[in-house]
Write a protein that binds this ligand. Structure first.
Ligand SMILES: *Cc1c(COP(=O)(O)O)cnc(C)c1O
Length: 416
């Protein structure tokens, strides 16, 4: 590996060291050393404090049992509240606009019950052809649930012929085109395959301009980019916590409902935890939703899948999303420059945008699976999307510039 690459990585590691929390995470081992983990876009690493928070809840359970609902150190009755406080700044929301509940796809369905109310005139859902399979399945099944032909109701935008990325202007033009027939625009915040960042504010404004609503799947955006959902006017959003939010496999999902819908009597699928807490235990069948996103909860809080979120979110709050993003931008720029100089034949599919996400999708022009496997054998964890894309996501909380330099050198070796 060229010395210059390593030494500039070391210099940057020094310069941006204060917003790194590498020591707060547990790394899988490879031949007695930490792996180079570039897969936080798929499953984030475990914070060192996660076990402690889980143990505290196990202790509360063993020591207080049912009394833990009201007398634990974080009472289970209101366990979603500390989660709201921590989640709100991560997505640029007011605390009552967010709630951590269920899992991503379940939340997408629940919120579509309220925010996708098709009429004979206005029934189209606009999304992208490259959307994550679970999202496409959810959207199509919602259309079917409403008695419609999903091939008609769900419009999937594709990039232009010969292009790989959706143009921002084509998204906005499509919204204007479907205008009075458009019910909902449902897009990702960050495209999972290409890493393309969509303009939430512009898409939302365009949807509102034609009388439609805008919802987003933030699976690859939350914990990755500084988000401003409230300011952007987004109607609703959903996310998972096991990718950049480091909360462990299958852990608690999140949902955002904009303040303008906080007091609305929107129809919803109801459950007792969405009910006003003061009268919840009167145990009548009436449903009075609590204000804001928490009013979409169904069940009592899954404490053991929420505790890991609290542990991880504290680290984000401690460092600050803006500081993390400054580090992410520098890492992203360094990553791109290293690829250009060391691997000019590798195509960076991820477009350069004003914001920089962690992930770069790299077209290696050969079957990506054996490339990913050989990297793994060298102690470097990435993932791939067939046929020829390696995804590598240096995460500002726990990756270093040196990780990037070593990855680029290893990829050069593997591709040689
Ligand atoms: C990871 C991911 C999901 C996963 O959905 P779950 O319901 O958490 O299993 C959904 N959508 C996108 C875009 C994702 O990246």
């Amino acid at each position: 590996m060229p010395e210059s690459l390593l030494s500039s990585a070391a210099r940057l590691d020094e310069q941006f060291g204060s917003s790194c929390r590498r020591e707060s995470f547990l790394f899988p081992q490879h031949q007695g050393q930490d792996v180079i983990y570039l897969c936080g876009n798929s499953l984030g690493l475990q914070p060192t404090t996660t076990r402690q928070l889980l143990n505290e809840e196990l202790d509360t359970w063993s020591e207080l049992a049912v009394e833990g609902h009201f007398h634990g150190r974080r009472p289970w009755f209101s366990y979603h509240e500390p989660a709201q406080q921590l989640a709100a700044p991560l997505v640029g929301a007011l605390p009552h606009e967010v709630v951590m509940m269920n899992t991503l796809t379940a939340n997408l369905h629940l919120l579509m019950v309220s925010f996708y109310r098709p009429t004979p005139q206005r029934f189209i859902i606009l999304t992208e052809a490259g959307a994550f399979p679970s999202d496409r399945q959810a959207l199509r099944s919602q259309a079917i649930h409403h008695g419609m032909d999903p091939d008609v109701a769900v419009v999937e935008l594709s990039p232009r012929a010969g292009e790989e990325l959706l143009r921002d202007s084509d998204i906005l033009d499509a919204i204007a085109h479907y205008g009075p027939r458009l019910a909902l625009v449902m897009m990702a915040g960050v495209q999972f395959r290409t890493g393309q960042i969509f303009d939430l504010q512009a898409i939302t404004a365009a949807a509102h301009a034609v009388g439609a609503l805008a919802g987003f799947d933030l699976a690859h955006a939350v914990g990755n980019l500084p988000l401003t959902l409230h300011e952007d006017g987004v109607d609703f959003a959903v996310w998972c916590s096991y990718k950049y939010l480091n909360s462990g496999p299958g852990s608690i999902g999140g949902a955002f409902v904009h303040d303008r819908h906080a007091d609305s009597a929107l129809p919803r699928f109801a459950g007792w935890w969405g009910h006003e807490p003061s009268t919840r235990f009167q145990m009548t069948g009436d449903f009075h939703p609590q204000r804001g996103a928490a009013g979409w909860q169904l069940s009592n809080v899954p404490v053991f899948s929420t505790a890991p979120f609290l542990a991880s979110a504290r680290l984000f709050i401690e460092v600050g999303m803006q500081n993390l993003h400054a580090r992410a931008v520098a890492m992203n720029d360094f990553f791109r420059a290293a690829l250009t100089s060391e691997l000019p034949d590798v195509q960076v599919v991820t477009p350069l945008s004003r914001l920089r996400g962690c992930q770069l999708s790299l077209r290696v022009h050969t079957d990506a699976r054996p490339v990913q496997e050989r990297l793994l054998a060298l102690g470097i964890v990435t993932d791939f999307r067939p046929p020829d894309i390696i995804r590598a996501a240096p995460v500002p909380l726990y990756n270093t510039f040196s990780d990037i330099a070593r990855f680029v050198a290893a990829l050069r070796e593997v591709l040689a």
